[in-house]
Design a protein. Structure first.
Length: 254
């Protein structure tokens, strides 16, 4: 039986009095490749930030790798939704990845030999080592996203969280990135926030829909209830484009 990597139990959260999550329950197990789906503003990014310990729930509990979120931060890699970067800034690919090794009280001059080895390993794993001396702004969108994933992997995390990682990537780059994440999933638990429902059938292992509550399906499939909850307007068209569609029983809160 696989151990839980993340446990979310009866979590409620509000922004300035506006309810975002309520009665949220979710267990992410070791080795899962989970897609988090849902309409804009449904609480997907909020859920990631709660797991990271960047936000605190109004009530309920969250455990990450058996500990409170903030105490597990070094074992969690994170690729945020918007990685703002000045393309003219003279920072190299290697510098960006090494930033993942920075800790409080350390500056750029204090990188160790071990940091360099870890950065090389991550870049090689992402097939970006040959680009290590290029400026980050010279890369394509797909290449930049690989570098940001490498930065998240440089601490050898047990859990990798990615928020809309293919938002600014072309179709080929999206396919390549999800294929890479599936390979990484052999050793790392992966959670991806995405609007790209086409990824489900061939890459992820399970799906959770977020819309205040969390609805979990332990299979890579889209159901009629999911589509309704995510406010898609034409499920018939989506199915006609080749998505797997097996109607399950009514959702129950996880």
């Amino acid at each position: 039986m696989r151990c839980p990597t993340v446990e979310v139990q009866d979590v409620w959260f509000s922004y300035n009095g506006v309810l975002v999550l309520k009665e949220a329950n979710l267990t992410i197990r070791q080795g899962d490749f989970l897609a988090l789906l849902g309409p804009n503003g449904s609480g997907k990014t909020t859920l990631l930030k709660l797991i990271l310990g960047l936000l605190m729930p109004d009530r309920g509990t969250i455990r990450v790798l058996g500990r409170p979120p903030g105490e597990s931060a070094r074992r969690v890699g994170y690729v945020p939704q918007d990685v703002n970067i000045n393309r003219d800034f003279p920072i190299t690919v290697l510098d960006v990845v090494l930033m993942g090794r920075l800790r409080h009280g350390r500056n750029w001059s204090r990188y160790s030999g071990g940091d360099g080895v870890a950065a090389q390993k991550a870049l090689e794993q992402l097939e970006m080592w040959e680009h290590r001396n290029r400026r980050i702004g010279e890369l394509s969108g797909g290449q930049r996203q690989r570098v940001f994933v490498a930065r998240a992997l440089v601490t050898e995390p047990k859990l990798l969280l990615l928020d809309e990682p293919t938002a600014s990537v072309d179709t080929k780059g999206q396919t390549d990135l999800y294929t890479l994440l599936r390979e990484l999933n052999e050793t790392v638990t992966v959670v991806v926030v995405s609007h790209d429902v086409n990824v489900l059938s061939s890459h992820v292992k399970c799906v959770a829909c977020v819309n205040e509550r969390i609805f979990f399906h332990d299979a890579p499939e889209i159901t009629e209830e999911m589509l309704e909850m995510m406010a898609y307007q034409c499920p018939v068209e989506l199915v006609a484009h080749g998505l797997p569609h097996r109607v399950l029983k009514d959702h129950e809160d996880s």
